[in-house]
Design a protein around this ligand. Structure first.
Ligand code: T4K
Length: 382
């Protein structure tokens, strides 16, 4: 029997919500204190919990990840050219643009879609000041190779770790790598605070600068020491963050089972490729479920599958297509690297729904629908 569409849309993600009672308890506390933002008591508690989680005092919270990254780059005085990936969310290079830094887009490696260290090294010029790498889908970048390059050429190494909350390598959370990392706590992330972001950094001296920059540059009531902006996290956000942090390990475990189910149920469907299993020293967060569609073997293009799935109420996403360098605002930048892998992956990638309360039966149904569409394709097996 052909698969039936889902009654309600199955989106690529669905934010985890704590129980309404638990959240209401916290809201009552906020009502009691009348303290809504500007370093309130709940934000301080959240800050402490994250400090424990990441085993460092070098953290700074923001109202979203984009502003965190913008401020991070500014606070570190990054300028000139920064080598980065075109295979990411637009916010990565927008943060450079807002700091008047020129993004230099280079290629990615084919397994986990992170920056190709050889391409990074080939793109270094006298104007290069930093590498901005992305742990895309939470897959750790080539940490050692990038660290070696950064050290050798005296470049700052900055990670957009927007997707990497809950990921660790050799028991060390991703905050331990590079000079600075930005984590996004947006609602669409595995760990979220409705909206929110965080910087972690190696140099403790940066904390003061970031605190100034996110609060208008105020040192005290009468002194403004730099032209900062307003990027503070509020008490409601911090409350949500505290309540989502508690069950995080369980959420990751549920998503791990979803990933295993997808891999098992789609293993015999021609033209579908999953990223290879991660090295054993990586603890992964299963935040996205990317697959590559080989049009020839699958019998249907990635875009055709994306559209066909919508008819079954399965709302997958083409993260990350188009490449950033193909957006109108970046098209005028000259790019030396042909970006062959990034272009190929961006044309083939599809992110399937994954989130903690997606039932495994639902995952099986999504897989059956994909297998059905593949068999129905006029070009299947040609
Ligand atoms: N760097 C990287 C590598 C990033 O991926 C991001 C953000 C950033 C930097 C910047 O961090 P933030 O400033 O955002 O903290 C989403 C998110 O808005 C964005 O945070 C995320 N990356 C990006 C990859 O995805 P959209 O445009 O795809 O979101 P949207 O609204 O289409 O949501 C996707 C699906 O999620 C919806 O179809 C349904 C579901 N959803 C969404 C929301 C907002 C819900 O069920 N409930 C919700 O409240 O960008």
């Amino acid at each position: 029997m052909p698969p039936q569409p889902f009654d309600k849309p199955i989106y690529v993600t669905k934010p985890f919500l704590p129980s309404l009672d638990e959240f209401t308890e916290g809201v009552k506390e906020i009502w009691g204190s009348h303290w809504l933002t500007n370093n309130g008591p709940i934000l301080e508690r959240f800050n402490r919990e994250l400090s424990n989680y990441f085993e460092t005092d070098n953290i700074c919270l923001f109202n979203n990840g984009t502003l965190a990254l913008q401020i991070g780059l500014q606070g570190m005085n990054i300028s000139g050219e920064v080598i980065t990936t075109p295979f990411t969310f637009v916010a990565t290079s927008h943060a450079l643009y807002w700091n008047k830094i020129r993004p230099v887009f280079v290629d990615i490696e084919p397994d986990y879609y992170t920056l190709d260290p050889a391409a990074v090294e080939a793109a270094i010029t006298p104007w290069t000041t930093a590498i901005l790498a992305v742990h895309v889908y939470g897959f750790p970048c080539k940490l050692n190779a990038l660290a070696d390059i950064a050290r050798h050429y005296k470049l700052a190494l900055i990670y957009d770790a927007a997707h990497a909350f809950g990921v660790s390598v050799g028991g060390r959370p991703m905050s331990h790598f590079g000079d600075m990392s930005m984590f996004s706590f947006h609602a669409t992330k595995l760990f979220h605070s409705i909206e929110g972001g965080m910087l972690t950094f190696r140099d403790p001296g940066l904390k003061q600068t970031f605190d100034y920059l996110k609060n208008f540059g105020f040192k005290n009531e009468v002194e403004v020491v730099m032209p900062g902006t307003n990027a503070k996290m509020n008490e409601m956000q911090a409350l949500m963050g505290i309540l989502v942090l508690k069950p995080l390990d369980k959420l990751i475990e549920r998503s791990r089972r979803i990933d295993a189910t997808y891999r098992e149920c789609l293993k015999n469907v021609p033209g579908i490729k999953f990223p290879p299993p991660l090295p054993v020293n990586v603890k992964y967060n299963y935040i996205y479920q990317p697959i590559e569609i080989d049009e020839e073997q699958f019998g249907m293009s990635r875009d055709a599958l994306y559209e066909a799935l919508k008819k079954y109420n399965i709302i997958s996403r083409r993260y990350f297509y188009p490449l950033l360098c193909d957006f109108a605002c970046y098209r005028s930048i000259s790019i030396k690297d042909p970006l062959l892998t990034a272009r190929r992956i961006s044309e083939r990638i599809l992110c399937l729904p994954i989130y903690a309360d997606l039932a495994l039966e639902g995952v099986v149904r999504i897989c059956e629908t994909i297998a059905f569409l593949q068999k129905q394709s006029p070009f299947a097996g040609v």
